[in-house]
Design a protein around this ligand. Structure first.
Ligand code: GLN
Length: 491
């Protein structure tokens, strides 16, 4: 029998034993999506026909490449280009954009015979932490439909949490995989910068953007890493560093592993119920034989300021390509080239995207470049150095993913964008340093909303990171909890 919360290995077993066909499996999830999407808006595009066709092929084993994971359904964040399938990046600018090619991660998934069910909703151009900046409307958190799912990969997180898809891809520039994973009570991995190709992933801030996964558990993240990560010559920032056998290392014992506890992550900014859950998690690690080591990441408080210069600076340059000439939206109210540019960008972009383009353009302009951009890059080096020092003493670092649980959906009331920016406090330093990090469920707050724990690893050492996170899941039950909302998709 198929259940909406089956892990990838459960599904693979079911397919191998012929407990269900790939078509039944695909239809099962597509039917759930049809029911749930009206309520939580987590998909922008659903690929029902092509998915069922692919599933039939998988059942007949007529795929060109035989693969052990053929037939497993998944979804892509709508930031990944999909050949001849609408790719919007959550923006009016790309509302009807049909890419000519697949992103590398999509190509690899296709080659393995994975079945794409659709494209998930997201903050416009991945800028946001609530999914409310999407042109296609906000996503709702399946744990409480009045709360945000987090962002920008909120559609992927909500879809996995609601049991609409076994796993989904995401992108993380400043926390966009880990934060929604935490707020939706699922597992979210941002690998080391360069570990997964950025080819065909619509650029926000190129030196920070990293593709990754939103899954039911750590084991599934390890599998995703095995089949979708790795060097790609088409991406000049892709790292040609050998991958490990992520799955087999999951079971290594943790005795003697050193877990760093940064004092800056446990100060007054942190909600007490999150602090309480993390204290319990630390106990579990101690019982598993880990040594908890107090560490310092003394420059943490400068991270947000540096990120909100670097990310907008890079985005102002990356988004210059959306001018109404080559592809995407074009304003019809123009009679010369200047007004075409202006009107297209004015009508095509939403408020948050415009705000970032303005900040970025300002920070890069002559006279201000040294004052802001260069200074922010200096801060970035200092933060990297903080982590390097810490990793001389410890194997992984433990902290919160977010300062609070999911908060109310209420775009209109959010007058001060910097308030939201400050909630990226624990995720942003990781992107600035290019490190891998994972968010895993670690408990619930008083309002029955999930709490995430973040584990940060050393560059290109996802194996140890996944090992530590998996051992926690072997000794905790939080990742098995599912929202009541899921029942409403069975009826
Ligand atoms: N919340 C952050 C921002 O708005 C992170 C976004 C991301 O990781 N894509 O920039």
């Amino acid at each position: 029998m198929i259940t909406p919360t089956d892990s990838l290995s459960d599904i693979k077993k079911g397919l191998d034993n012929k407990s269900f066909s790939c078509k039944e499996l695909t239809k099962f999830f597509l039917d759930r999506i049809e029911k749930a999407n009206k309520k939580i808006n987590c998909f922008i595009t659903v690929c029902r026909e092509s998915a069922l066709k692919e599933a039939e092929k998988a059942d007949l084993k007529s795929n060109s490449v035989p693969s052990p994971f053929a037939g497993i359904p998944y979804a892509n964040k709508d930031i990944f280009c999909t050949s001849q399938i609408r790719t919007t990046c959550g923006s009016k600018m790309l509302e009807n954009f049909l890419p000519l090619y697949d992103a590398e991660i999509v190509r690899r998934a296709k080659n393995l015979g994975l079945i794409m069910l659709g494209k998930t909703n997201m903050d416009e151009f991945a800028m946001g932490s609530t999914n409310e900046t999407s042109f296609f409307g906000a996503v709702k958190n399946p744990w409480d439909l009045t709360k945000v799912p987090g962002g920008s990969s909120g559609g992927s997180a909500a879809a996995v949490a609601a049991g609409l898809v076994p796993f989904a891809t995401g992108s993380d520039t400043g926390g966009s995989i880990r934060q929604p994973a935490a707020l939706c009570g699922i597992t979210g991995l941002k690998p080391t910068y360069g570990r997964i190709s950025r080819f065909g992933m619509i650029a926000f801030a190129s030196s920070l953007d990293q593709a990754g996964f939103l899954t039911r558990n750590v084991e599934d993240c390890a599998l995703c890493m095995e089949f979708l990560s790795g060097f790609d010559p088409k991406d000049s920032t892709s790292a040609n560093i050998p991958k490990g056998d992520y799955s087999s290392e999951l079971y290594a014992k943790l005795e003697g592993k050193k877990i760093g506890i940064p004092k800056e992550y446990f100060d007054g900014n942190l909600d007490s119920e999150i602090g309480h859950c993390l204290a319990e998690a630390k106990d579990i690690f101690s019982k598993l034989g880990c040594v908890l080591v107090d560490i310092e990441l003394p420059n943490t408080e400068m991270a947000i300021a540096a990120y909100y210069i670097i990310a907008p600076a890079e985005c102002s340059s990356n988004l210059a390509r959306f001018d109404g000439v080559r592809y995407g939206f074009r304003s019809i109210n123009s009679n010369d080239i200047d007004s075409l540019y202006k009107n297209t960008r004015n009508e095509g972009f939403g408020t948050e995207v415009k705000r970032r383009i303005l900040i970025g353009t300002y920070a890069l302009s002559s006279g201000y470049y040294d004052k802001y951009y260069e200074q922010a890059q200096r801060v970035r080096s200092v933060l990297k150095n903080d982590f390097n020092q810490a990793f001389k003493k410890v194997d992984v670092i433990l902290g919160p993913t977010t300062p609070s649980t999911a908060f109310p959906l209420n775009k209109e009331a959010r007058n001060d964008p910097t308030e939201l920016y400050s909630s990226d406090l624990y995720t942003i330093p990781v992107n600035l340093a290019g490190l891998p990090a994972i968010s895993i469920p670690a408990g619930f707050g008083k309002k029955e909303l999930p709490i995430g724990m973040q584990l940060i690893g050393q560059a290109f050492n996802e194996r140890v990171l996944l090992n530590v996170a998996h051992q926690f899941q072997l000794h905790s039950e939080w990742h098995y909890q599912i929202p009541k909302f899921n029942e409403s998709c069975d009826e």
